[in-house]
Design a protein around this ligand. Sequence first.
Ligand code: PBG
Length: 324
Amino acid sequence: MITHRPRRNRKNQIIRDLVQENTIGVNDLIYPLFLIEGKNKKTAINSMPRINRWSSDLLLKEIESCMKLGLKTFALFPNISDKLKDKAASESWNKKGLYLRTLKEIKKKFPEVVIMTDVAMDPYSSDGHDGLVKNGKILNDETLEILARMTLAQAEAGADIIGPSDMMDGRAGYLRDALDENDFTDVSIMSYTAKYASAFYGPFRDALDSAPKFGDKKTYQMNPANSKEALLEAELDFSEGADFLMVKPALSYLDIIKSLNDNFTLPIAAYNVSGEYAMVKAAAAKGWIDGKKVRDEILISIKRAGASVILSYFAKEWALDNKK
Ligand code: PBG
């Protein structure tokens, strides 16, 4: 006699829906957007089909079309021209520069959308690193001063959430203090808590032309072989006042998402990164997998692992396909 027959709870779609433990909604998704200088410009990124770099006028339209699908939160990344890059990433706090100008325009036109900014030197750095480089070394504490300057400029321009993605030590607390001392107590910090030195960032670096000019990022981003270290990073970010703890990439790090969610009371975010997107798109284009089904399975697995917030290049197409 078989007393337990779990298949009974799978016998039709209605029952399957009744017992479904996790769901995805537009409220869970953050859509990353790439920005370029110019007017009426939209440039494709070869390794990321359907994702473009937008000039600010078209970016506003893109945000509007996403809002119609119910998306409300966007992460903004700038493609900065090489001639504006320098060692100190000084373009990052230039109020008249592409990023801060556009941020202001977005918040003026759509005060209700939530914009998460990127706090890191690499899009603006002539070295292509997330920290200040001296004699081939990435300096930690000197970088914090630059990140604070960038953070305050972004807060002034209207950032709702700042996203430090650099992995310097002590930055969550340093940036929290800088924000609070300048009356930006309402600006949130989504810390890239456990950001691994990953080959899955390749297409993103193509999108921003931000690959490191020498070496790699292993002296600041984490070793993919480690998980306890993620707990240490989470403890530090928690105690330094971060509002969200992020794991990045997502798919090869579902165990890390679960571990942080089991051990911390803060909401966990996961970044379903560019390489994860590119793999699905490439295999789907060859007809080797069903791209939409794989996409949905990936998103729900990230949710199931414990992420309540998912940054994903799939956000818009998911919202389109699941329009109510
Ligand atoms: C850099 C940054 C990276 C991503 C977001 N911010 C790349 C890197 O660390 O080199 C990657 C995002 C993606 O691959 O989608 N500060």
